[in-house]
Write a protein of this length. Structure first.
Length: 499
């Protein structure tokens, strides 16, 4: 059986706690790998290694840092398929989807390669007689990232490349459910010339997380995951004096107006709701149909959903793979089986789906629930699976009010041909990321990613300008130098003269 150990100080370090976690192939249900689960002492070792590396890395030149990142980008590009294959084997998403994840991660590495312009600072001269004022940004020190199972390569690359480009050292605690890609990312960084200890990977569970949140030498924590855990991360790390960005869960809505292109809207709903088996925080999980279009829109969504091919992620014919674990599969299925009792019309029920030859896999088909009420479990909770809820409203105003009443505010979209309606929507909606005829409005790397309300805890979004601000702190320097013409001749033992 394959073993995944920690990566500390530029080398693989065998787990010493005696605790191991199972890693399964979601398509077969078989345990294929064991992953080391770190003790608090092993976390301390990783942090100490990162702190020692910071002494040199934090004062290294920008030219050196970006040169390493350019080489790193080239290695990632050459190994895209290998990284994607690890994602598919442990997460279950289809290979094409895994390649897309790797591409979005590399996009942030590219952003980090060009970080020099974002670290330039500012200078004002002659603010007073012979007085200049400069503002600069400096790294924080040792920072940590705690990342989720659904994007085991992309989300870590949203964090550590900007962090180390800014001069910090990094301790990554990836999900123990699919840990292998994190180690490969660290190995490739080492191959690119990243000094030992600048990037460390510690695998583990709550023990490792809690130690990172409490460790006095960790000055900032980045997190992506569910809302309850994001709230805990933010509360605990903040109480320990750390800077925190904690991205939580979502219930993303797509508002479809009567004038929308219904074919385009149906295509978007299917891809956004069921892509990556719905296991993404930017998935559309609620479609709000306005006016009389509801029946026709649901029919078109159903027609497309029934054609989606489900199978092992390494099968090129598969368009959707299994869920990450059997327990999660059963939890998702529970929302569908209980929907009718809470007033929904079950248009598609995917709970009985299996794949021939892979009967022990974590399979679930696509489910479509219509006429869902806002007080039902399927609507209130983040399901994180291939379940799409359709709600009905009579007017645009009712639709916006429904979306704004949600405690989540991660992503949303409007489908319409009316530019005025779209403009109103993007200003009136209380959500952090908005798409206009774009179902999954994930920003490009040079714009920051993050939601509002219970989808984000902390002041900074991730990557982009916010990412640079999060991983640095500002310093203002006021300077005054005497003019050489004022230098006295000989030795002057008197009091200094003020100008």
């Amino acid at each position: 059986m394959k073993t995944v150990n920690h990566w500390i100080g530029g080398k693989s370090v065998e787990g010493a706690s005696g605790n191991w976690g199972p890693v399964t192939d979601p398509a077969t249900g078989a345990v294929t790998t064991r992953v080391a689960l770190a003790s608090a002492e092993e976390v301390d070792s990783a942090v100490a290694t990162a702190k020692a590396a910071y002494a040199g890395w934090g004062t290294s030149s920008l030219a050196r840092r970006t040169g390493i990142l350019f080489r790193y980008r080239a290695l990632l590009d050459a190994r895209r398929d290998d990284i994607a294959a690890l994602i598919t084997a442990e997460h279950g998403k289809v290979h094409s989807d895994a390649l897309g994840e790797v591409a979005r991660g590399i996009e942030i590495v590219e952003l980090a390669c060009g970080i020099t312009t974002q670290l330039k600072g500012e200078l004002s001269t002659q603010v007073s007689s012979r007085v200049d004022v400069a503002s600069i940004r400096q790294p924080l020190g040792v920072v940590a990232g705690i990342t989720p199972f659904n994007f085991p390569a992309m989300v870590p690359m949203w964090m550590f490349p900007p962090a180390i480009a800014c001069g910090n050292t990094f301790v990554l605690k990836p999900s123990e459910k699919d840990p292998s890609s994190a180690n490969l990312l660290a190995e490739l960084a080492h191959e690119a010339g990243l000094p030992d200890g600048v990037l460390n990977v510690v695998h583990g569970d709550k023990v490792a997380v809690d130690r990172l949140l409490a460790h006095p030498d960790v000055v900032a924590v980045s997190f992506v995951g569910s809302t309850p855990i994001a709230r805990h991360i933010h509360t605990t790390a903040s109480a320990n004096g750390k800077r925190v960005q904690a991205l939580g869960g979502a219930k993303n809505h797509m508002l479809v107006l009567p004038d929308a292109d219904l074919d385009a809207a149906a295509d978007a709903a299917v891809s956004a709701a069921y892509g990556s088996a719905g296991e993404r925080c930017m998935a559309i999980s609620a479609v709000v149909a306005v006016g009389a279009i509801g029946d026709e829109l649901v029919a078109r969504i159903r027609e497309r959903a029934e054609k989606v091919r489900i199978g092992p992620g390494d099968d090129p014919a598969s368009e959707m793979g299994p869920l990450i674990t059997r327990a999660h599969r059963d939890k998702v299925a529970g929302y569908v089986t209980g929907a009718a009792a809470q007033g929904a019309e079950v248009v598609l029920d995917g709970t009985g789906y299996t794949v021939e030859g892979y009967e022990e896999g974590n399979w679930i088909g696509l489910s479509l629930l219509d006429k869902v009420s806002t007080d039902s479990d399927a609507y209130r909770d983040e399901i994180f699976g291939p379940v799409l809820c359709v709600l009905r409203t009579e007017t645009y105003e009712e639709g916006v009010a429904l979306i704004n009443a949600s405690p989540f505010g991660n992503g949303t979209a409007i489908f319409t041909r009316d530019g005025g309606a779209a403009r109103r929507f993007q200003l009136e909606i209380e959500v952090g990321m908005v798409g206009v005829n774009v179902p999954i409005p994930v920003p490009v790397g040079y714009h920051s990613f993050g939601g509002w309300k219970d989808s984000l805890f902390g002041d900074h979004h991730i990557y982009g300008n916010d990412g640079v601000r999060f991983y640095t702190r500002g310093k203002v320097i006021t300077t005054r130098w005497p003019d050489p013409a004022d230098a006295p001749s000989g030795v002057d033992l008197g009091f200094p003269r003020n100008h």
